[in-house]
Design a protein around this ligand. Structure first.
Ligand SMILES: C[S@@+](CC[C@H](N)C(=O)[O-])C[C@H]1O[C@@H](n2cnc3c(N)ncnc32)[C@H](O)[C@@H]1O
Length: 279
């Protein structure tokens, strides 16, 4: 099974101890644009009203809250290791008058929930931030009830393709990969999802792929600008400088993203690998 999703979702990016992109305004805004359909379409067909659901690494919670609408009145919990992301999630919940979904601090590698707690345990773009992605999947399976579902979707930096080939964007990818790996994470995650699921003992699993596409003026400008702001932002810069990049490198990458975002021919495809497993 494979499907293509066209939309204006945000960006993958971090890890267990250190979130590579940081939770700056550009990152939170970019993650807040996501929906269940553009980020979890492979999961939506198995959801039904009344299911309980845990969203691991929920970030600012836009996907969580959209999933909550699909399983309402089921109990939904979003958990993340970053309190600032959870604050954004609670604000979005309040603005959308969701008084049911809870957001709690929790580490994906040791989830603060009992065994067999949820019908569905979901993670979007979280494993590629982990030092031990198979352990995160094991934890997700532990807190899912027997007969329930574990679902994860991961981007793959090495498989991202774009046009035009603006100088500076290959450098962007290489720098991101270096910084993520210095944090102990694997950014070419989509292609590894089967290996990670197998290592976690998820034997009854279906694997699929889907793609985010940026190919019109508005989306390209938005994507280019959100990337530029991220690479100009302090949180990523700190880590990139520690990994050997210079401020001039970061400025060149931010400028390259703006050039790409303004191109009338701009096109960017972001491949994801997905696993949907019965526990
Ligand atoms: C790329 S964001 C994805 C956010 C959200 N799932 C979405 O798609 O909008 C990755 C999230 O994983 C969280 N994260 C990173 N390491 C974590 C860990 N060890 N435990 C829980 N959350 C973690 C980060 O704080 C961040 O919010």
């Amino acid at each position: 099974m494979s499907h293509t999703v066209s939309g204006h979702p945000g960006h993958p990016g971090d890890h267990h101890h250190r979130y590579t992109h940081g939770h700056d305004a550009a990152t939170i805004a970019s993650h807040s644009a996501r929906t269940a359909v553009d980020s979890a379409a492979y999961l939506v067909p198995v959801l039904s009203a009344g299911m309980s659901l845990l969203d691991v690494g929920c970030g600012p919670g836009s996907v969580t809250l959209d999933l909550a609408r699909l399983v309402s009145p089921g109990q939904v919990v979003g958990c993340d290791s970053a309190p600032e992301a959870l604050e954004a999630a609670r604000a979005t919940a309040a603005a959308s008058e969701d008084t049911v979904t809870r957001f709690v601090v929790g580490d994906a590698l040791g989830l603060p929930f009992d065994d067999d707690s949820f019908d569905v345990v979901h993670a979007h773009q979280v494993l590629h931030h982990m030092s031990d992605p198979a352990q995160a999947l094991r934890e997700m399976a532990r807190v899912a009830r027997p007969g329930g579902w574990v679902a994860a979707r991961e981007a793959d930096y090495g498989a991202m393709v774009w046009y035009p080939d603006v100088p500076g964007l290959q450098e962007w990818r290489a720098l991101y990969q270096v910084v993520a790996r210095a944090n102990g994470a694997e950014p070419d995650a989509g292609r590894r999802i089967r290996a990670w699921a197998t290592a976690a003992g998820l034997t009854d699993a279906t694997f699929s792929t889907s793609v985010w596409t940026y190919a019109d003026r508005e989306r390209c400008r938005w994507w280019g600008e959100s990337q530029a702001q991220r690479y100009a932002g302090e949180k990523f810069a700190e880590q990139a400088l520690a990994a050997g990049a210079s401020q001039a490198d970061l400025d060149r990458i931010a400028a390259a993203w703006r050039t790409w975002g303004g191109s009338p021919e701009g096109w960017f495809a972001l491949l994801h690998g997905e696993v949907l497993a019965r526990v």
